[in-house]
Each structure stands twice: as structure tokens, then as C-alpha cells.
Design a protein around this ligand. Structure first.
Ligand SMILES: Cc1cc2nc3c(=O)[nH]c(=O)nc-3n(C[C@H](O)[C@H](O)[C@H](O)COP(=O)(O)O)c2cc1C
Length: 196
């Protein structure tokens, strides 16, 4: 069993994205042989060179104004030192986001993080879980998938969570956190395949 190192860098102001980040961390940590680090984006800027030793780096940001939050953007701009040197090339990458609304333009946040990872030569991992609306009982009703459903937000680039202005710990809902947990597990499994 390989020993793999996975870092999760997140920005969260009100704690919802942090809960999502913790679920990704716990999913990754459930994989035997994984060593997982959870870092706030501001701290990650200060410790950026430590991340060179990681096999996978997962980015998580709250969606603000239809985009990643400024704290995550600052971190990603700091990774320019890894761009010229190719230091993060071929590391596994992934991302997740949380916002108030079902859409809330979260897709734009994921796309921004994915493009930054691609610029760094990283290998992006998508969600893998089937969309929530495919669950029995969720199709052919306007209610759609409920808060306990897996991948309720029908995301494919990375997990989404919708908090609807409800304070933590009552949001994000269980299904969104389970989706994040599964993603952490998937990141670890794929990282292990690349680092046998
Ligand atoms: C400045 C600002 C902009 C926001 N923009 C959006 C938005 O574009 N779409 C959305 O659905 N929610 C938006 N929200 C709501 C946040 O995404 C939501 O409160 C989220 O749970 C915050 O995550 P956090 O608790 O990790 O900070 C915005 C909130 C703030 C403060």
C-alpha cells in the first residue's frame, strides 16, 4: 500500500466551505496509507513551498459574486512560482465549492480553479458520482433530489454544496457533505494509482 500525501486548501469566511473541506479531508483520510493536510488559503500562501512534497492538492472555495473568493484567488496567484518551475506538474488536483443557492453560478468557481490547475500541469479529478436526479424517486417530480441525496447539485467538475443562507452546522446538508466525503476518497484512490 503506497503512502500518499494529499493537501486540501480552502477559503471559507462563514464556515460552510470549511465543513465541506473537512468532509473531503475525512474521505481522503479514510484511504489506507494517506497523509492528509487541511490548510486555510491564507496559511497556504505562507506555507506554499511545503505543498511541493504533496502528491495531490485539492482547492475549495466559497462562491462569492459568481466566482471563487478573493482569498482563493490570492492563493492561486501565489502558485505562479510553481508554474515556471513546473514543480506541481503531474500532481493530482481537484476542487469543490459551496454557495447559498442551487446554482449561484458555482460552476464558474470550479472552472476557475480547474483552469489554474491545468495551467500548472496538474491532473484534474471530477466527481464520479452520478447526478442526484437519477436517484429513485427524484426523477419525474419537480421536487428533484432532497438534501440527503448524493450529488444533488448535479456537479461533474467537482462537488458543489448549497447552504441557502442556513448557518452552520445545519448547512450544508448531509447529502452535500457525503458527496464531498466520497470525492476525498476518490482523490485518494486516484492519487494512489499514480503513486504506486
Ligand atoms: C460577497 C458575497 C458574495 C456572494 N455571492 C454569492 C453568489 O454569487 N452565489 C451564491 O449562491 N451565493 C453567494 N454568496 C453566499 C455565499 O456563497 C454563502 O453564504 C456561503 O455559504 C459562504 O460560504 P462560507 O460559509 O464558506 O464563507 C455570497 C456571499 C457573499 C458574502
Amino acid at each position: 500500500m503506497s503512502n500518499i500525501k494529499i493537501a486540501i486548501v480552502y477559503f471559507s469566511k462563514y464556515g460552510h466551505t470549511r465543513l465541506q473541506a473537512e468532509a473531503v479531508r475525512d474521505g481522503a483520510a479514510s484511504f489506507k496509507g494517506s497523509d492528509v493536510l487541511l490548510l486555510d488559503a491564507a496559511e497556504a500562501v505562507r506555507r506554499i513551498d511545503e505543498l511541493d512534497a504533496y502528491d495531490a492538492i485539492v482547492f475549495g472555495s466559497a462562491t462569492y459574486m459568481g466566482n471563487m473568493a478573493a482569498g482563493m484567488k490570492s492563493f492561486l496567484e501565489a502558485t505562479v512560482t510553481k508554474w515556471g518551475s513546473g514543480k506541481w506538474k503531474n500532481k493530482i488536483a481537484g476542487g469543490f465549492t459551496n454557495s447559498s443557492n442551487f446554482s449561484g453560478d458555482k460552476l464558474n468557481t470550479l472552472q476557475g480553479m480547474m483552469i489554474a490547475a491545468m495551467q500548472l500541469g496538474m491532473i484534474w479529478v471530477g466527481v464520479g458520482d452520478i447526478v442526484g436526479s437519477n436517484e429513485p424517486g427524484a426523477e419525474s417530480t419537480v421536487d428533484g433530489p432532497g438534501p440527503d441525496s448524493l450529488n444533488r447539485n448535479s456537479a461533474s467538475i467537482g462537488p458543489m454544496a448549497s447552504s441557502f443562507g442556513v448557518r452552520t452546522p445545519d448547512a450544508p446538508p448531509a447529502g452535500d457533505l457525503k458527496t464531498a466525503w466520497n470525492y476525498g476518497c476518490r482523490i485518494a484512490e486516484i492519487t494512489a494509482r499514480f503513486n504506486p
